[in-house]
Design a protein around this ligand. Structure first.
Ligand code: SF4
Length: 310
């Protein structure tokens, strides 16, 4: 019986940077440091930072005047930035640079008065932040589509001045279907050659696809509100493998392991390796005596910290 560890897995460059920003701010300015929304979607990471002095809030009105506040890796709407400026708060922006890139695309289209379709999941903070980049004062409009059915139905004003962008942590395959639907309805729609799904999401999904055919169980380490972690579980399941998302080893149920001989393990981009190793230990204790690292794409992307925190 063996465990096969997917590669790459776990922390991406954007998550590393976001956590570093909170830790550096705590070191340089002392606690409390306010963080708007969970800096990354992982329960363990958030608890750890909370113990170090981070205070997590959902809105800026929970942040006292004069405080330091960090925006999460998912990004925020322009109105949030403006509100922080108006209040004179000291802000460090932990928005992943790959999300910022999408924000800039939205801004560019809005300035030209072009309409924009965002492909993403309603209610996710990245989607709220990206929708909140669109400036309607130039006469355009922005829409959200979540599914192929939405793409089939959506009504826009001018198909010749239209663009699409995507959330960074979607399923690559599902997104492709949505983009193809939009392209067939609106042949002049502009957008990235493929999508705005980030390298980390793409690589982790590829690794699961490579391993799924040899596994009879897949465990994904990640929190329930982590978009990219949920997609990893779904991909394994779509490929016919029983798959579960677990925050930590304690959530693994004995019945999942019954009769299984090859267990794939991966982790979402916000899940620490420490939790993966605890899962591996749990599996070893339950008879999985061989642990193999599956070869995968090497990642060497690093995003630098804001100047004031270096
Ligand atoms: S998952 Fe992608 S977009 Fe999100 S923080 Fe990581 S690198 Fe950035």
């Amino acid at each position: 019986m063996q465990v096969i560890l997917a590669n790459p897995r776990g922390f991406c460059a954007g998550v590393d940077r976001a956590i570093d920003i909170v830790e550096r701010a705590l070191t340089l300015f002392g606690k409390p440091i306010y963080v708007r929304h969970e800096v990354v979607h992982n329960k363990f990471v958030v608890e750890d930072l909370r113990n170090k002095g981070a205070v997590f809030v959902e809105e800026l009105d929970e942040v006292p005047d004069g405080a330091t506040v960090i925006f999460s890796a998912h990004g925020v709407a322009r109105s949030v930035v403006q509100e922080a400026e108006r209040r004179g708060l000291r802000v460090f922006d932990a928005t992943c640079p790959l999300v910022t890139k999408v924000h800039m695309e939205v801004d560019r289209h809005a300035r030209r008065g072009e309409e924009v379709i965002l492909i993403g999941h309603a209610g996710h903070p990245e989607v709220d932040g990206t929708l909140g980049q669109y400036d309607r004062s130039h006469g355009g409009e922005m829409y959200l589509v979540e599914t192929v059915e939405d793409a089939e139905r959506i009504q826009i004003r001018n198909p010749d001045a239209l663009a699409y962008v995507t959330q960074t942590t979607l399923s690559v395959d599902d997104t492709l279907d949505i983009i193809e639907t939009l392209k067939s309805r609106f042949p002049n729609i502009q957008g990235q050659k493929r999508d705005d799904i980030c390298y980390a999401t793409q690589n982790r999904q590829d690794a699961v696809k490579q391993l799924a055919s040899v596994c009879d169980l897949f465990l994904v380490v990640g929190s329930p509100n982590s978009s990219n972690s949920n997609r990893l579980r779904e991909i394994a399941e779509k490929l016919g493998v029983e798959a579960y998302l677990v925050d930590n080893a304690d959530q693994i149920e004995d019945r999942w392991l019954e009769g299984k001989t090859q267990v794939g393990v991966t982790a979402g981009a916000s899940a620490p390796e420490l939790l993966v190793q605890e899962v591996v230990e749990h599996l070893r204790a339950n008879g999985m005596n061989t642990v193999t690292e599956h070869g995968g794409k090497r990642e060497n992307i690093v995003f630098s910290l804001p100047k004031a925190l270096r």
